[in-house]
Design a protein. Structure first.
Length: 245
């Protein structure tokens, strides 16, 4: 559909598949529009993660800075008893510990105790920058990774179920929060370590995963349907911006 002859401006809500980077998704979307159309997004998802990616098209990419600071909601699982170099199960295991006696009530209390402000280092494999370079560049080259303090604000954190060693949870937080970091903090407080095993983003501000389309479905849309989706997104974007404090 490259070079389709319609003006492109608006927003697409994408359900990002596992194994894809946010940049991969943007590259696919860019091919759906006339050459030179800008495509961006309002917040990166790790390759492991799935869920809501808010893609901005054409002139609407100028809204990126205004939309990036919106709160997020995530659900997923944390594997307790293990710590990895990346903070998720895709990374090399660097420590394993036996699980202490745990039940769902204890895990609910532990998650609730972390509601509020959490100060912890940013993950070594993250896009947080030091001297203009993302930390993951240092980590991938085997260099010492600078410690960059990161403040997370957790609005709500609920333990939903416990099937050792996997804790299923739901988290509401401010933008800029690394769930991998919170998983490690929780694991440390429990004395056994923790790492993200699955992660799914459910909301970005007022935008919902239930309104998103899988990337493959968006790729298959006829040009007129794609144009209709973009046109319909403009009032939704406008409402979101007016509601944003």
């Amino acid at each position: 559909m490259t070079g389709a002859g319609f003006p492109a401006a608006g927003m697409l809500l994408i359900d990002k598949p596992a194994g894809w980077t946010s940049h991969d998704c943007v590259a696919v979307l860019r091919k759906l529009f006339p050459r030179g159309t800008k495509v961006g997004h309002t917040g990166t998802l790790d390759p492991l993660a799935t869920g809501l990616l808010v893609a901005l098209i054409g002139p609407c990419t100028k809204l990126q800075a205004r939309l990036q600071g919106m709160d997020k909601t995530y659900s997923g699982t944390i594997r307790l008893g293990v710590k990895t170099e990346t903070g998720d199960i895709t990374g090399k295991t660097i420590e394993e510990k036996p699980l202490p006696p745990l039940d769902l009530a204890a895990l609910k209390a532990a998650c609730a105790a972390l509601v509020g402000t959490v100060d912890a280092p940013a993950p070594a494999y993250s896009a947080v920058k030091h001297q203009g370079r993302p930390l993951y560049e240092y980590a991938r080259k085997g260099l010492e990774v600078p410690v960059k303090a990161r403040r997370s604000v957790v609005h709500a954190w609920e333990a939903l179920s416990w099937d050792a060693p996997e804790l299923t949870h739901r988290l509401s937080c401010e933008s800029g929060t690394y769930v991998r970091t919170l998983a490690e903090v929780l694991g440390e407080k429990l004395g056994c370590g923790g790492t993200v095993s699955t992660l799914r983003r459910e909301t970005v501000g007022p935008f919902l995963l239930s309104d998103a389309l899988p990337l493959d479905k968006v790729r298959a849309l006829p040009p007129l349907e794609l144009a209709r989706l973009l046109a319909a997104s403009i009032p939704v974007l406008d409402k979101a911006l007016k509601a944003k404090p």
